[in-house]
Every structure is written in C-alpha cells, then in structure tokens.
Design a protein around this ligand. Structure first.
Ligand code: S3P
Length: 461
C-alpha cells in the first residue's frame, strides 16, 4: 500500500454534501431482464436498465445466443432497451466465446441457461472472474444432465455442453446464493416437470418475481425442520410472454452515497427511486441501528418491486454487532459498511462473512488491508470482520488496492470524504462495472474528488 499521490483518483475531506441523485438501475434486475426477455416470446421493453459494463456484457451474450437486444434512445434522452426473445429452450449455439467481463452474476446465470440447451458454448471473463469458483453452479447443473470442461478446475474459461433433456430435480444448495438459485431455476425452465431449489437462508427474490411477471409458475415455501430455509419451485416448459420491465435504482449503488452523506459533516442528500426489496435492505437497517439519520419517503411498488426515496443526513454513528443472519440481505454492502464503521464510535463486528472471500476480490482481505493503510484498526476473526471506529475522521493518506473490484474502489473513495488526508484508489476504472457515473454523482453532491489518468475523458473536474 503506497501513500496517496496525484496519479490516482482520490477523494479529500469534504463538507456539506447536498442535492439529489437518481441512482443507476439495479444490476441484478438488469441482468435478469435481458436474460428472461431473451427466453420470452414477443417484445420486452426495459426502462431504467443499468448501462454498466457487467450488464452490457450480458446484452452481448444474449445477442450471441440469438435474441434481438436493442438500445433505443429518444431525442429527449430517455432510453428503452427492447428485447425480442426466442422462447423457452430456443437459444442458438454462439459462434464465439461468451465474455462476461467482471460479472459473476452474468456467468452463473448464463451457465444455467446454457446447461439446458443442446449446444456447446464457452464462457470466459476477466482475471477476477476467472479466479472465482463455478463449482457452486457446475455441481447442480451436472445433476440435470449438462457437462462441463475447464482447464482450471471448474473456473472460467468453462465449456458448457448442454442437454436437450434436462432432468427435473430437487436441489439443496449448501450456500445461500441467489446466483445458484437462479442458475438452477433457469435450467429447470426447460425441464419436463418441476424443479426445486432449497436455499439455507432466503436470498434476493428478483428471479421469482420477474419469472412470474413473464408468466411462469413459481412457488415458494418454508421448509419443515429447517428454520430460515426456503424452497423455490419452478414448473418447467412454460410459455413466457414478453413484458414491460421498470428497473428500480440499485440499493447496492445507493449504499455508497448513503454512507458518503452520513460520514461527511453538514450533509443532506436525497436519493430517488431506490429499490427497497426486503432481501436487499440489510445495510439500511444496520445503519439505522448505528444511529443513522436515514428516512425513507414515498414508498411505492414499481414493476413488481418496492421502491422509495431516501433522505440521508450526516450522523454520529456508533459501532454495532451485525449478525450472520443479516448477510444475505446486504452481502454486497459490507465494504461500504466497513467504511461507516471506521468513522463510527466504538467497535463494529460483522459476522458470517465467508462469502466475501469469493466476490469480485477477496473482500475481507481488501477491506482489512485498505483500512489498515488508512490508519484504522481492523481484525479478521475467522469469518468475522472487526473494525475499531475512529469516532470521526480517519487518518487517511493512503492508496487502497482495488483488485478489479468496483465496490472496493467506491468504498475507499467514500472514506476519503471523512479522512484527515486524502485517500486514493489504484484502479478507479473498475467502478464502470456497476456505477459508471459514480464520480460525477459524488462531485455533483459536493465531494472533493481528483481524477487520476485512468479517468481522463470522464466529466468530473
Ligand atoms: C447477485 C447475487 C449475490 C450478489 C451479486 C448479485 C444476483 O451473489 O453478491 O452481486 O444478482 O443474484 P450470491 O447470490 O452468490 O451471494
């Protein structure tokens, strides 16, 4: 870890963030809208789609599999993505390798689709994605009859040899993962009969909501003798009909601006149209437990998902214990929660974070190393992360290593707003995977940001 220099993108101690932001579309819902639309008959019109690199890679993959996926922009600047699907089981063999870039969601969900089509396809991705485990989807998808070949032992590049006769099954997943659940359900779409996934704890349910919206029969139930577990069943070979999708703002992207406003003194920020699916709001609950002045206004349902506006004001935060049971509802938010914890008074203990080791980077290590470089006391205790808050400004004066991880980059840039000396990141380009306008949105709210050379050409001054 080096000291901050003018050659990195960095942020400095700021005062009085103010204004309002419409956060970009939800990444999870955007991937699903493109994929499920590609399986439907007729037109799917998507508004609010996230135009980050991850989702654009999924759009390319769906085109390569035979769907028509087009971006339509009108003179007033509004954008609609229009998909014409091929019907359930109707995807065609791609002519070239499918490159999912940085996206675990893209790769895992697509594996489910490919597994149940009688064709051979190769998936790859960037160095981060190529290092992430695929066994979690390969294992169940092999049970339905697909075969996989990989020089790297169930990692990308991965050849999927799909089956035209997927076997319906009941699969009990060892991990609470919406990606695994969705991969199995997507494979089950083509099976003759019902496919059930049992997850040990409830994870985000965007797949269930959206598949029903397209006309599939999806049933959910609790599981006898397994407290907290959920079973999800899809009835195979439905007719999916194209439908309109309104993608809400991503609570996982809003999270960075929420924490920025909380830790920057004299701030009041409004965030519009933020998705508030109860399986995604663990961070907001935790921040409230820490004393955050965070108010939800104008709650409503749009496109089958709960949304609302958030008003966030600077707050004195105090350390809390975050139980493992909360992890599925805030799995992507621990990096930025750790930044809030670094500014809080007292200790914050976050439990049950084993899954963070296999995200876009080893997030436990990336958070701990970056915080220590910024002068914050951190400990990793098994799969718990313990941060001792500074009760105000952190020392700063460091460059955090991003390891191709967008959320690590945004987290440390947020922390720089409440640091005595600036905090930089070694790779701000990673941010484009999920939130291409992040630096501009932060600057418009009044954050002090200096761009590094990798951000030349973007509009923050
Ligand atoms: C996602 C599920 C989560 C999350 C990821 C998006 C999804 O992964 O970390 O960013 O869209 O299904 P897991 O389900 O593997 O925890």
């Amino acid at each position: 870890m080096t000291k901050s220099t003018a050659h990195t993108t960095q942020t400095a101690r700021s005062d009085g963030l103010g204004g309002s932001v419409r956060v970009p579309g939800d990444k999870s819902i955007s991937h699903r809208a493109l994929m499920f639309g590609s399986l439907a008959i007729g037109e799917t019109r998507i508004t609010g789609l996230l135009e980050g690199e991850d989702v654009l890679n999924t759009a390319k993959a769906m085109r390569a599999l035979g769907a028509s996926v087009e971006r339509q922009a009108t003179a007033d600047g509004s954008v609609t993505w229009v998909v014409y699907g091929r019907g359930v089981g109707g995807l065609v063999e791609p002519e070239s390798v499918l490159d999912l870039g940085n996206s675990g969601t893209g790769a895992r969900l697509l594996a489910g689709l490919l597994a149940s089509h009688p064709m051979t396809a190769v998936m790859t991705g960037d160095a981060s994605l190529r290092s992430r485990p695929m066994d979690r989807v390969v294992t169940p998808l092999a049970l339905i009859g697909a075969r996989f070949e990989s020089p790297g032992g169930n990692r990308l590049p991965l050849t999927v040899i799909g089956t035209g006769e997927p076997v319906p099954m009941v699969y009990e997943s060892p991990v609470a993962s919406a990606q695994v659940k969705t991969a199995v359900l997507l494979a089950g779409l083509q099976a003759r009969g019902a496919t059930t996934v049992i997850e040990p704890a409830a994870t985000r349910d965007h797949t269930e909501r959206m598949l029903r919206h397209f006309g599939a029969e999806v049933r959910t139930a609790t599981v006898a003798d397994k407290p907290g577990a959920v079973s999800v069943t899809i009835v195979g070979q439905p007719e999916l009909a194209g439908a309109g999708i309104v993608v809400p703002g991503d609570p996982s992207s809003a999270a960075f601006l929420v924490v920025a406003a909380l830790i920057t003194q004299n701030s009041e920020v409004s965030l519009h149209n933020v998705g508030l699916n109860p399986h995604r709001t663990g961070l907001f609950d935790t921040l409230k437990d820490m004393g955050a002045n965070l108010v939800v206004e104008n709650e409503r349902v749009e496109g089958g998902e709960p949304v609302g506006d958030l008003v966030v004001r600077s707050s004195r935060l105090k350390g809390v214990v975050v139980p493992a049971s909360r992890a599925p509802s805030m799995i992507d938010e621990y990096p930025v929660l750790a930044m809030a914890a670094a500014c809080a008074e007292g200790e914050t203990r976050m439990e049950g974070l084993g899954e963070l080791r296999v995200k876009e980077s080893d997030r436990l290590a990336a958070i701990a190393d970056g915080l220590m470089a910024c002068g914050v006391h951190v400990e990793i205790d098994g799969d718990a992360l313990v941060v001792t808050g500074c009760g105000g400004l952190v020392p700063g004066d460091a460059v955090a290593k991003v390891h191709l991880d967008h959320r690590i980059a945004m987290s440390f840039l947020v922390l720089g707003l409440a640091a005595d000396k600036p905090i930089g990141v070694d790779d701000a380009a990673a941010i484009a995977t999920s939130y291409p306008g992040f630096l501009d949105d932060m600057a418009n709210l009044g954050a002090k940001i200096e761009k590094g050379p990798d951000q030349n050409g973007t509009s923050v001054s």
